[in-house]
Design a protein around this ligand. Structure first.
Ligand SMILES: CC(=O)SCCNC(=O)CCNC(=O)[C@H](O)C(C)(C)COP(=O)(O)OP(=O)(O)OC[C@H]1O[C@@H](n2cnc3c(N)ncnc32)[C@H](O)[C@@H]1OP(=O)(O)O
Length: 424
C-alpha cells in the first residue's frame, strides 16, 4: 500500500471530515457543528493520509494553553479528529500520523499533548497516560436532599438568554477565572467560547434547548452560572422529567483565585438546589464533573446518585524537562527520574527534578536513578490527580531510593483534582 501523509488544504476539508464522520459510524453531523469545527480547524496542523484520491486517515491538533498545578498556562497540543478508514485499519496508518504529529508538536515547542479518547486502549502505546478522570451521575432528586451552606438563600438566581452577548461574556469571565485554579482546564482561545454553546437540535435526545441561569449576590455581582437542559418525561404516576447538567462554574470576581471561597460555595449550592427543584423533574443527570466536585458532599445519599468515574483527559509529556519545569510542586522535591520513552526517545534517560511551590528546575543528570517509570506514568501523574504511589502499586513505577516515591507522590499531588470541562 502506497499512501501519502500530508497536511490538509482548506479545499480538502469536506472529504477529510467525511472520512472522520464515517469512522465514527457515518451519521452526518449538523451543519452548525460541522461549520464550527471547520472554523476552529488549524489546517497546518490537520494531517490526512491519502490512498490515491481517497482520504483514509485524519488527525488534527489545536494550539491550546492548559492550566497545570500552580496555575501556569502551558502550551499544549490538543489532539483531535483521529480516524482511519475501516478499509485501511491495523496497517500502521494511525502510528504514522502519531509519529508525524508528535514530531510537529516538539518542533513547535509545546511541552504537552493532550486528548480525550474514543477508547482508552488506543493511546498508551504513544506515551499518553490518563491524567484526569471525570465523574458522571444520575441523581434521584425525588429522594436525595441537599444540605446547603449558610448564606445560600442570599444568592439570587435569574434566567439569562444565551444569545445575549453580555451574558456570554459574563459566563466567559467566570470560566476564565476558574481556569488557573483547576489543572487540565483550557484557556479559551478565540472562537472556542462557541463550543459549550453548540446546541444542534439533533443532539438533544428529546431534551430542551440549552438554558442558562446566573447566580448573583445582593449587589448584583455575578458569582456563577449553570447551563442545562430539561428532558420532559411522563410515566404512569406522572411527571418523571430529567434535568441534564451541561456546565456549572462559580468564581467570585472580587477574590483572586478562589476555589472554596464562601461566596463560591453559596453560589454553587444555590445553582445545584435550583436544578434539584425544577418542577416536573425527578432526576438530575450529571454528564461530566471533576472527581472532587462539591455536589458529592451536599447530597444526603450519594449512593442514590450512582456516581461513576471514567478516564477523561489523556496527557503526554512531549518534552519531559520543559513540562516538569512548567508546573509547581506541593512540597519540596529533589528526585532523579529514569524515564523510558520508546516513541519519543529524546525524553529517555535520567532527569533530576528540583522544585517546590514556587517553581522547579528539571535537567539531565548522570546521578543514580531514584524512581523509574515510563513517560506514560509521568503523564498520568503530571496534573496531580493520579498518585505515583498508586501507579507503583500496579507495578508501573519502581522506587530505587527509599523514600523517593513518597516524596515525589506528595509533591506531584494537586489540592484540586484535574479536569477538562468539555471535549474538543
Ligand atoms: C483523540 C481522538 O480523536 S480519539 C478518536 C479515535 N478514533 C476512533 O475511535 C474512530 C474509529 N477507529 C479508528 O479510526 C481506528 O481504528 C484507529 C484510529 C483507532 C486506529 O487506527 P489504525 O490505523 O488501525 O491503527 P494502527 O494500525 O496504527 O495501530 C497501532 C497499534 O494500535 C493498536 N490499536 C489500534 N486501534 C486500537 C483500538 N481501538 N484499541 C486497541 N488497540 C488499538 C493496533 O492493534 C496496533 O497495535 P500493535 O502496534 O501492537 O500492532
Amino acid at each position: 500500500m502506497t499512501t501519502e501523509l500530508r497536511t490538509l488544504s482548506p479545499a480538502e476539508w469536506d472529504g477529510w471530515y467525511g472520512t472522520l464522520e464515517r469512522a465514527f459510524g457515518g451519521l452526518a453531523e449538523s451543519a452548525e457543528e460541522r461549520a464550527l469545527w471547520r472554523d476552529l480547524a488549524e489546517f497546518d496542523r490537520s494531517l490526512g493520509v491519502w490512498d490515491g484520491e481517497a482520504c483514509v486517515g485524519t488527525a488534527g491538533a489545536c494550539s491550546f494553553r492548559m492550566s497545570v498545578p500552580g496555575g501556569a498556562l502551558v502550551p499544549a497540543a490538543g489532539v483531535t479528529m483521529v480516524s482511519v478508514a475501516a478499509t485501511h485499519r491495523r496497517r500502521g496508518v494511525l502510528t504514522r500520523m502519531m509519529r508525524r504529529q508528535l514530531d510537529d508538536v516538539r518542533e513547535r515547542g509545546e511541552a504537552l499533548a493532550v486528548l480525550t479518547a474514543s477508547e482508552p486502549a488506543i493511546y498508551g502505546r504513544f506515551g499518553y497516560g490518563v491524567g484526569a478522570f471525570e465523574t458522571r451521575a444520575e441523581i434521584d432528586t425525588a429522594r436525595v436532599h441537599l444540605a446547603v451552606p449558610d448564606g445560600t438563600d442570599g444568592v439570587r438566581l435569574r434566567y439569562a438568554p444565551l444569545d445575549d452577548e453580555t451574558v456570554r461574556q459574563t459566563c466567559e469571565e467566570i470560566y476564565a477565572r476558574a481556569v488557573p485554579g483547576r489543572p487540565g482546564m483550557l484557556a479559551r482561545q478565540p472562537g472556542w467560547e462557541r463550543v459549550p454553546l453548540l446546541d444542534p437540535e439533533m443532539d438533544r435526545g428529546g431534551a430542551s434547548a440549552l438554558q442558562c441561569v446566573l447566580a448573583e449576590d445582593a449587589d448584583g455581582t455575578v458569582l456563577g452560572f449553570v447551563r442545562f437542559r430539561v428532558q420532559p418525561q411522563w410515566g404512569p404516576a406522572g411527571a418523571e422529567g430529567v434535568v441534564v447538567l451541561e456546565d456549572l462554574e462559580v468564581a467570585d470576581p472580587r477574590v483572586p483565585r478562589s476555589p472554596g471561597a464562601s461566596k463560591d460555595a453559596q453560589a454553587y449550592a444555590a445553582l445545584l438546589r435550583f436544578l434539584f427543584g425544577i418542577d416536573l423533574t425527578s432526576a438530575l443527570r450529571v454528564r461530566s464533573r471533576p472527581v472532587d466536585d462539591a455536589w458529592q458532599h451536599l447530597v444526603s445519599d450519594v449512593r442514590r446518585c450512582a456516581p461513576r468515574q471514567r478516564d477523561w483527559l489523556h496527557v503526554r509529556l512531549v518534552d519531559v524537562g520543559a513540562a516538569l519545569e512548567a508546573r509547581t510542586y506541593r512540597t519540596p522535591v529533589d528526585v532523579v527520574f529514569e524515564v523510558q520513552d520508546a516513541f519519543c526517545p529524546w525524553n529517555e534517560g535520567r532527569w533530576r527534578l528540583v522544585g517546590d511551590a514556587k517553581g522547579a528546575v528539571c535537567s539531565r543528570t548522570a546521578d543514580p536513578a531514584e524512581v523509574a517509570l515510563s513517560v506514560r506514568e509521568l503523564g498520568a501523574a503530571y496534573l496531580g490527580g493520579v498518585p505515583l504511589v498508586s501507579l507503583a502499586a500496579a507495578g508501573r513505577v519502581r522506587e530505587l531510593r527509599e523514600g523517593a516515591l513518597a516524596e515525589a507522590t506528595v509533591a506531584f499531588g494537586s489540592d484540586v483534582a484535574p479536569w477538562l470541562p468539555h471535549g474538543f
